[in-house]
Design a protein around this ligand. Structure first.
Ligand SMILES: [Zn+2]
Length: 576
């Protein structure tokens, strides 16, 4: 028989925290605080508590008297605590679940269960709707309303948010927490770290010398709408934007394994676990354990962990079980485009059309970002597009751009246009004018529901226009709102290669078009790409990061993207 697996300090602390929660529900005074204090001391104890016990020094742990020392010994010997089992039997099923709903503490949860027999969220929802809650002791109409609101918020967590709407707020929270004393390392995890185009909730993982302080500060964030749950090392909140943020705090030793585990994806993790098992190891959120002798193999970084499994390091954006493990085994993973590789933005709108800022303001904003160039691609005039530029305006705008370029040093504004591709594939500006411009983006803006054959012919005609450099937001999809147009995509990709037209990765949060998977497929055909923010303001220039994230998820390298090259090389590319 295997020797019983050693009980960690953390497991003992967890049992004590559970006891405290259950005692709270029973309205026992003072004892919950004593259990919590002891749990906290045990968690942060430098020594393995089994050793402390062997040395007979348990009662030297602050907050641990003879009673609690006995309970610790019981857990160490049997792996469980009879007192906790008994408490669990005394407390009706469902009380714990109810007590996690905002506005309901353990006490109220107990009343709901005793008086109305409610054991889960759905039953509570029904009772509150029927007005049965307001009459209970300690409840009123207002608390009934709050309960319904909390349940609605819990339900709405099924909703998905656009990456671009959530990422800046998530990063801001991470940065604020990073400043706290005791923080050793903190990172976004989950799908937001993988930069998926939509996000269900935000995961943050941290290692800290003072988890309690971290959780407290997390629950005091100004953008909080409500706290869903709060424990010693884990807490969940809902921001006023409606997005749920989960924070987990782990030991520094376990951090890297936990980061891989909580970054996912699930399928990627399953593949990693399988690979660990082939080596007779167990991989989980705590680390890698040898199955033959139970020793822990410590990873100092995420890279370490992948290397231990004889894999190339796999960037978070690639962890979707889309062949990255196989490529990492063979050493053939692409070196995906770094976030800082983009040297300019090839799709921005100025106040000449539907943008908010002048060309000069956009240029100055772009310089701050370290760019060498931007292409001002305002909309061409079209009966369907408000505030587009006609041929006279294009010539006037070019003069303004020339003037700005004379004044700016080490930076160039390229004169461009975003032409509309009409149903026949023609552009709304004549080729003579287009020939004088540096960059011509051609995009479909209407009639996206055309039959596949007609749409394919339409886009092919545009690709064959010698003046076109970039096919703008190629599929026309709007995330969660509009389906992509139907086209014979392989034919489009091949034509783009033959005509030397770059496919745009439009980085506007609701577009991200081409998508990650389409990028990867098109790259297989040999296409080149251009990342454009489609900015309507200086602030929107920041969308570029989302476009780069999409390119990374699409396995693109810097060399696949035309705006990673310096200005001189770009001009040569655009002329060819
Ligand atoms: Zn457009």
């Amino acid at each position: 028989m295997d020797p019983p697996s050693p009980i960690s300090n953390k497991q003992i602390a967890a049992i004590f925290y559970d006891v405290a929660d259950l005692l709270d529900i029973k309205s026992v005074k003072f004892k919950p605080a004593a259990y919590r204090r002891a749990a906290h001391e045990i968690e942060t104890l430098a020594e393995d508590i089994a050793l402390t016990s062997e040395r007979g020094k348990l009662e030297e742990i602050p907050g641990v008297g003879s009673n609690l020392a006995g309970k610790i010994r019981e857990i160490l010997e049997t792996g469980r605590l009879a007192h906790l089992e008994k408490l669990k039997q005394e407390i009706p099923r469902g009380v714990l679940e109810l007590s996690e709903i905002g506005g309901i503490g353990p006490k109220k949860a107990l009343i709901l269960t005793r008086e109305l027999g409610i054991t889960d969220r759905e039953e509570l929802d029904k009772a509150a709707r029927a007005g049965k809650v307001r009459g209970l002791p300690g409840f009123g109409e207002k608390s009934e309303k709050n309960i319904l609101q909390s349940i609605r918020a819990l339900k709405s967590t099924g909703r998905r948010f656009l990456l671009g709407d959530i990422l800046p707020a998530a990063e801001a929270i991470r940065k604020r927490l990073e400043m706290l004393p005791g923080i050793q390392v903190i990172s976004l995890a989950g799908s937001i770290r993988r930069r998926k185009e939509t996000i269900g909730d935000v995961d943050i993982l941290a290692a800290s010398k003072d988890p309690e302080k971290l959780i407290t500060e997390f629950c005091l964030l100004p953008e909080i709408d409500r706290i869903l749950g709060r424990g010693p090392t884990k807490s969940s909140i809902i921001l006023t934007s409606g997005v749920q943020v989960d924070l987990r705090v782990v030991d520094k030793d376990q951090y890297w394994a936990a980061l891989v585990y909580f970054t996912g994806s699930k399928d990627h993790n399953i593949a990693l676990r399988r690979r660990a098992l082939d080596r007779n190891w167990k991989l989980n959120e705590y680390g890698i354990t040898s199955l033959s002798d139970g020793t822990m193999l410590k990873a100092q970084t995420e890279q370490d962990l992948y290397h231990m499994l004889d894999l190339q390091y796999i960037e978070p954006e690639l962890r979707e079980d889309r062949g990255e493990i196989e490529a990492a085994i063979k050493g053939t993973l692409p070196s995906i485009v770094p976030y800082g590789a983009v040297k300019g933005d090839l799709h921005v709108h100025s106040a000449w059309s539907d943008g908010k800022h002048s060309i000069r303001e956009l240029a100055e904003g772009a310089k701050v970002l370290g760019y060498e160039y931007i292409a001002v691609c305002d909309h061409a005039w079209n009966p369907r597009i408000a505030r587009g530029l006609d041929e006279t305006a294009i010539v006037k705008q070019q003069k303004e751009i020339e003037q700005i370029n004379r004044e700016l040093e080490g930076f160039m504004v390229l004169a461009g246009i975003e032409c509309n591709i009409d149903p026949d594939g023609n552009l709304d500006i004549g080729n003579k004018i287009l020939g004088d411009l540096d960059v011509v983006v051609a995009s479909v803006h209407s009639g996206l529901d055309m039959p596949k054959a007609a749409m394919t012919a339409r886009v092919l005609t545009a690709l064959h226009n010698e003046q076109v450099n970039i096919l703008g937001h190629p599929t026309g999809r709007i995330i969660q709102q509009g389906e992509p147009a139907q086209m014979d995509f392989p034919v489009i990709w091949d034509a783009a290669v033959a005509q030397a037209v770059a496919l745009e990765i439009n980085a506007a949060p609701s577009r991200l078009d081409l998508s990650d998977t389409n990028c990867r497929i098109a790259r297989g055909h040999g296409t080149r790409f251009s990342i454009g923010s489609d900015a309507k303001s200086v602030e929107n220039l920041m969308f570029m990061e989302l476009g780069v994230a999409t390119a990374r998820r699409g396995w693109l390298e810097a060399g696949d993207i035309i705006n990673t090259v310096p200005l001189r090389d770009l001009l040569r590319l655009l002329e060819s």
